[in-house]
Design a protein around this ligand. Structure first.
Ligand SMILES: [Fe+2]
Length: 296
């Protein structure tokens, strides 16, 4: 039986606004509490962690992810086995077997977003592990929403402190209409959860700009033109390259990101090449803004 042994990890920041490499840890082995605490502290500080050169089967991948909390079940899709032995794993892939996709999202670009912000309860974070990568393309970008919030003008911070945004649930991150949803052209009619524009991270007590995704977003209570203008201003600010870092995937990379304070996107890639990733998602809670974090 493998017994956990305490490890001193090495954390090397990317030098960009967020992200760090973690080395000196083999995630196929049990991770003890002292080592886990170092990883969690690094995650809170850097928002996105990369562990390179890992060799994980699904049970080992899930065992590491479960250290962070209960995991969400993966959504059902056409290629998913009915008798799935690992229901918490979502396959992200463009690969087809006998004409049926084995995974989600295909080869398309995914726009900036945070996962499942259109739900009332939103995941804490996600872990993505690379099994096959295309020779080029398919990079994943991450963006630091603490930094985006911190650098807003003071009057804009004050203005958005009381505002809430509705996050459209009708389309996925590639912009495709989900099954069973109506094609919406007026953002005021879009379905989806309502969350504050400023989100307080329960672990760090820092505030982040919480935008979710742009399409069909609507700021509750504002005339449509005003909501559109404010969202355009916030998105133009948040999408600046100075807040972003891009992951160029290698087989064996495991990336984990914090959905409470980081957005992500993905570049498209050649549909003829193969990309296969396993993803799992840590169950979360209701996003909130604590005004005490900006008092005085
Ligand atoms: Fe995503």
């Amino acid at each position: 039986m493998d017994l956990p042994t305490s490890t001193r990890i090495t954390v090397t920041p990317t030098g960009a606004s967020l992200g760090a490499d973690v080395s000196g840890i083999d995630l196929s082995q049990p991770v003890d509490q002292a080592t886990f605490k170092q990883v969690e502290d690094a995650w809170h500080e850097h928002l996105v962690l990369r562990f390179r050169g890992q060799q994980l089967d699904d049970p080992k991948f899930l065992a590491f992810a479960r250290k962070f909390g209960e995991l969400d079940k993966a959504p059902i899709h056409a290629g998913k086995l009915v008798e799935d032995p690992f229901p918490e794993i979502t396959v992200m892939s463009n690969i087809k077997v006998n004409g049926v996709s084995i995974g989600n999202l295909g080869h398309y670009e995914a726009e900036w977003h945070t996962d499942m912000s259109y739900n009332d309860l939103t995941p804490i974070g996600s872990l993505l592990y690379a099994l096959e990568v295309p020779p080029s393309g398919g990079n994943t970008g991450f963006s630091n929403m603490y930094a985006a919030f911190d650098t807003l003008p003071a009057d804009l911070k004050r203005r958005i402190a009381t505002l809430q945004c509705r996050h459209d649930s009708s389309r996925n991150s590639a912009g495709e209409l989900r099954k069973g949803f109506k094609d919406i052209s007026d953002p005021r009619e879009a379905p989806g959860a309502i969350h504050p524009l400023i989100r307080t991270h329960p672990g760090t007590r820092r505030n982040a700009l919480y935008l979710g995704r742009r399409r069909n977003a609507y700021i509750i209570g504002l005339p449509l033109e005003e909501s559109e203008a404010l969202l355009n201003e916030l998105w133009a600010h948040a999408s600046q390259t100075r807040f972003a870092w891009y992951q160029e995937w290698k087989v064996g990379d495991l990336i984990m990101w914090d959905n409470r304070c980081a957005m992500h996107r993905r570049d498209a890639f050649d549909p003829e090449s193969r990309r296969l990733m396993h993803r799992t998602q840590i169950k979360g809670g209701k996003p909130f803004f604590d005004p005490a974090t900006v008092a005085a």
